[in-house]
Design a protein around this ligand. Structure first.
Ligand code: TRP
Length: 357
């Protein structure tokens, strides 16, 4: 006589789930979603790498459900046309994949491909005043440096669009640089106001997200200013070894042949020391002591060697991913698809809360 198979006990089911978990990569439900992004205006550089990209990798490996938005509409805030947009978008994906972001676990998407995300902009705009939009210090700074004669409506309202980037997936954590804090504050305000105005029975529709600032110190560009895509002073992650050497040879330093780590007194020399130290996982004082009074030429040679050595495996992976454009497009279209599913659900919830469903 055979007995019917008993249903797996709760304990067995739990054990199976635990076994299956790493394979399906479902994060623990109590971890908040993490969302961040990069404008597709040029290649990612060493400042991004030590300032934010390594952090994302850490969050991914800790099991966070990570979303990376490529905010292509934002490119049009300070220029008339988005030059080379498809190329820059794909190059971002190459960098993400070469870094180790895993499209099975991390959703990579462009916001223009997610209609429901964009539609959230309309109710969100109703929640902020024109005076508040004018007060945003990052927007003010961008207006001052804009390539356009006038200020477009998009320039003034893109922080509200950014709130849609963040809230469509109900992200709870947003890793950003200091300059993005006003936008995060705008997002928090919009989430709170939406919940206060439309949340039924004390159940908020949106979490109020937190900014996660990187602990990494700021790297200077080769001209001594902040390393930035648009200032031509950056070392791209995808640059080859000769290009890296050339850029570092041209880096600003000072006339003192004795190399020491003194970020306040000698910012350019110190930033180069820091770069070498970060690449080698060492202390910048130690790097400085080894160079001693061999001067800026020696310092630059040491930094070049450190950067090229550190990035060699990344650059090899980068070249392999860059050669397979079809794969890049497939990664992006899968990410877009997943983002659309989530955005559709959030928009439906928003419309229902607002009595528009
Ligand atoms: N404004 C960001 C930048 O200029 C890019 C961005 C768009 C973003 N949407 C975002 C960053 C959402 C974090 C979260 O770099």
């Amino acid at each position: 006589m055979t007995l019917p198979n008993p249903a797996p006990s709760h304990a067995i089911r739990a054990a199976r789930t635990a076994l299956v978990r790493p394979a399906v990569s479902r994060p623990a439900p109590e971890l908040p979603r993490v969302l961040t992004g990069d404008r597709p205006t040029g290649p990612l550089h060493l400042g991004h790498y030590f300032g934010s990209l390594l952090n994302r990798l850490r969050l991914q490996s800790e099991g966070a459900e990570l979303f990376i938005v490529i905010p292509d509409y934002q490119v049009l805030t300070d220029r008339d046309t988005a030059d080379q947009l498809p190329f820059f978008v794909e190059e971002l994906v190459v960098d993400y994949l070469a870094l180790g972001l895993d499209p099975e676990r991390t959703v990579i998407f462009r916001h223009s491909a997610v209609p429901a995300l964009n539609q959230l902009l309309l109710p969100f705009l109703s929640l902020v005043s024109v005076a508040e939009l004018h007060r945003n210090p990052t927007v003010k700074d961008e207006i001052a440096h804009s390539r356009q004669a006038g200020v477009s409506g998009l320039m003034l309202t893109y922080p509200v669009h950014q709130a849609a980037d963040i809230l469509f997936c109900k992200a709870g954590i947003v890793p950003v640089g200091q300059d993005q804090l006003p936008h995060l504050e705008a997002t928090r305000t919009i989430a709170r106001r939406f919940n206060a105005r439309y949340g039924k029975g004390g159940s908020p529709v949106f979490p109020v997200p937190e900014a996660l600032l990187s602990a990494a110190p700021l790297l200077l560009g080769t001209d001594g200013g902040k390393m930035s895509k648009s200032r031509g002073n950056a070392i791209a992650l995808g640059a080859d070894e000769d290009e890296t050497a050339r850029l570092l040879r041209g880096a600003k330093t000072d006339a003192d042949r004795r190399i020491c780590y003194d970020p306040a007194g000698r910012p350019e020399v110190s930033s180069l020391l820091l770069l070498a130290a970060l690449c080698q996982g060492r202390d910048p004082h130690t790097v400085a002591a080894e160079i001693g009074d061999a001067g800026a030429g020696r310092l630059k040679a040491v930094v070049t060697e450190a950067v090229n050595e550190h990035l060699r495996p990344f650059r090899a992976r980068r070249a392999a991913f860059a050669a397979d454009r079809a794969h890049l497009r497939a990664v992006l279209s899968r990410g877009n698809e997943r983002a659309r599913e989530i955005a559709d659900a959030t928009l439906a919830e928003v419309n229902a809360a607002m009595g528009m469903a």
